[in-house]
Ligand binder design. Structure first.
Ligand code: COA
Ligand code: MG
Length: 299
């Protein structure tokens, strides 16, 4: 991990704002964050009622450390502006902008939140799901370097990318890979979290575990999920493994030895270990501590 340690977003669950049963279930689920969806999962004739319902839901939001993020409709749609205006006054942690094409889309949404005097803690998240967003990904992610932009997290929208580009979706996602890796790189450059897209086949948990392991290896910070049974797999794939933790502790311990205090590079278990590895190890340990704090687990 080359970026600073942010709160864990290992499993980020989409919930259609119109699904009462799913909303009621949230308090029993162990996802790190929830995306309350007003966009793709809500039919046009339900948009206005869904917005009202979500306002009520968030007003009585259960106390928890988990993040609640509202996915509004595109600002170019007939509902987007009203969604954003409403969300600016809600007790949410973030607003997820769909169909983003350019940095300007994010700056304009940020201006609306600023004008509405929304608290600085209300962050913007952005879907990366259009060809223009893929082309402009570097400039979009660069906004993350300016806290005033509110931009905190990018979310791959792989279903829309497939639809908009015509690439074939295969189990190994081979044709999407260059774009996914580019997203991770851009997010690192901008100091943002990068979440992988959803796995539609929610009954196949073995395939899902493979998807998560690969996404973690690719450098994603977490995975968006659509179904409760997917949460555990994402949480475990995006937590530091026992092996990674042991290695991080060994590196931190080694550099803490008085003998190594003035050394830039040491030998540990037959491998060269530099201070950059210590920085990396400290991040792994900080991340594990944050996960433990958030979930109440001892690690
Ligand atoms: N969040 C919270 N709870 C959910 C859920 C979700 N996303 N998806 C399912 N559940 C709950 C169901 O309400 C049900 O609850 P119960 O045990 O109290 O009855 C339980 O999990 C089992 O669900 P099941 O009946 O097997 O599935 P379903 O047919 O109700 O739902 C989907 C399947 C795919 C329609 C549903 O999971 C869903 O809508 N997911 C989110 C889709 C979405 O938001 N897409 C847009 C972004 S990609
Ligand atoms: Mg989409």
């Amino acid at each position: 991990m080359s970026h600073s340690v942010s709160r864990p977003r290992r499993s980020v669950l989409y919930v259609p704002a119109t699904n009462e049963k799913a909303l009621a279930k949230l308090s029993s689920l162990a996802c790190d964050a929830v995306i309350l969806d007003l966009e793709d999962a809500v039919l046009p004739h339900e948009k206005v009622a869904a917005r009202e319902r979500l306002g009520q839901f968030l007003a009585q939001r259960p106390a928890s450390k988990r993040e609640y993020v509202v996915r509004i409709n595109a600002l170019s749609s007939e509902w987007g502006a009203d969604d954003l205006a409403a969300a600016s006054g809600w007790n949410a942690d973030g607003v997820l902008l769909p169909k983003v094409a350019t940095p300007r889309d994010i700056l304009e949404a940020g201006d609306v939140l600023d004008d509405a005097a929304a608290p600085d803690e209300l962050k913007l998240w952005a879907m990366v799901e259009t060809p223009r967003a893929l082309i402009n990904i570097g400039a979009i992610a660069e906004l993350g370097r300016d806290p005033a932009s509110r931009l905190a997290c990018l979310v791959a929208g792989t279903n829309d990318i497939v639809k908009e580009t015509g690439v074939l979706m295969t189990p190994d996602r081979r044709y999407l890979m260059p774009w996914l890796m580019q997203m991770v790189l851009a997010a690192r450059a901008g100091g943002l979290d990068m979440l992988d897209g959803v796995s539609n086949d929610f009954r196949d948990l073995d395939a899902f575990a493979r998807d998560c392991a690969e996404a973690s290896a690719m450098g994603f910070d977490g995975k968006t999920v659509i179904y409760p049974a997917q949460i555990d797999g994402a949480n475990s794939a995006f937590s530091p493994s026992a092996e990674a933790l042991a290695e991080a502790r060994a590196i931190a311990d080694a550099f803490a030895l008085p003998d190594n205090a003035s050394r830039g590079v040491i030998s540990l278990g037959g491998k060269m270990v530099e201070r950059l590895h210590l920085v990396q190890a400290e991040k792994v340990l900080a991340r594990a501590a944050m996960i433990a704090e958030m979930t109440g687990d001892e690690k």
